[in-house]
Design a protein around this ligand. Structure first.
Ligand code: G3P
Ligand code: MG
Length: 237
């Protein structure tokens, strides 16, 4: 198995503000081995960890993420909305996040979120940043709901990729073969036992998001799922 049974979702989104360095640190403190984070671009091409198109939900600012430039990142509080304890936490750049993840000895699933930004630019900067940080390839997996971006990524990189689908499409295997995927990522709510067997019988690893109940996590793993993305540090047994 490439990733772990429990993967911290957006860092560790139930315990710390999502997609922040504090969340990644906390995931390591709780003993998690892998985290998932969302990666996207600011308007000036800076690569950051962020989930939404807009700033409103997870920062103290309004407006579009893409209207920001790198120099404005320092002025934005991405922690207080979650709890005062995280006040002053910043939107991290991908390079800083990868350095920290490497230092902590974690593995990471980078989920490419194009969210209206340029796909070629996002792919290019992610490939470049991974190389600059010299991140270990076997501790890294790239996924995306945007299949076009994933094709582009797999065509210019030998880093392992996973196909992330809203629901398993009829032609999922063809799509997975095209990008040489090692894993399939699905919503836990839209994954049937039959789909689990189908994916596993073709030799793919299967990961489900977002699972915050230990009972559900255990059931999915019993049914053959390799691991789950969770906002909480569920016990790994
Ligand atoms: O990569 C799994 C999961 O994070 C996908 O959904 O919306 O939480 O990024 P979302
Ligand atoms: Mg995600």
């Amino acid at each position: 198995m490439r990733m772990s049974r429990i993967i911290g979702h957006r860092g560790l989104a139930g315990e710390a503000p999502e997609n922040t360095l504090a969340g990644i640190r906390l995931a390591a403190e709780y003993g998690l081995k892998w985290v998932e984070v969302d990666v996207t671009l600011l308007g000036d091409g800076t690569t950051v960890l962020f989930h939404d198109r807009r700033l409103n939900r997870t920062t103290n600012k309004n407006g579009r993420l893409q209207s920001l430039t790198c120099s404005e990142l320092e002025t934005i509080d991405a922690g207080s909305w979650f709890s005062e304890q995280f006040s002053g936490e910043k939107i991290p750049q991908l390079g800083a996040a990868l350095k920290l993840i490497k230092e902590l000895g974690l593995g990471v699933n980078l989920e490419l979120k194009t969210n209206g930004c340029s796909e070629p630019k996002l792919v290019e900067t992610v490939v470049k940043t991974i190389a600059e940080v010299e991140f270990l390839k076997d501790r890294l997996l790239v996924s995306s709901f945007n299949y076009r971006a994933l094709v582009r990524f797999s065509d210019c990189s030998d880093i392992q990729v996973g196909c992330l689908f809203e629901r398993l499409p009829v032609n999922w295997h063809k799509k997975a073969l095209r990008v040489n995927a090692v894993s399939i990522h699905l919503s836990s709510k839209r994954t049937s036992k039959r789909q689990i067997s189908r994916v596993k019988s073709k030799g793919y690893e299967l990961y489900c998001h977002t699972v915050n109940s230990l009972t559900v996590a255990r059931q999915l793993i019993d049914d053959g799922v390799d691991g789950v993305f969770s906002d909480y540090p569920l016990p790994d047994d």
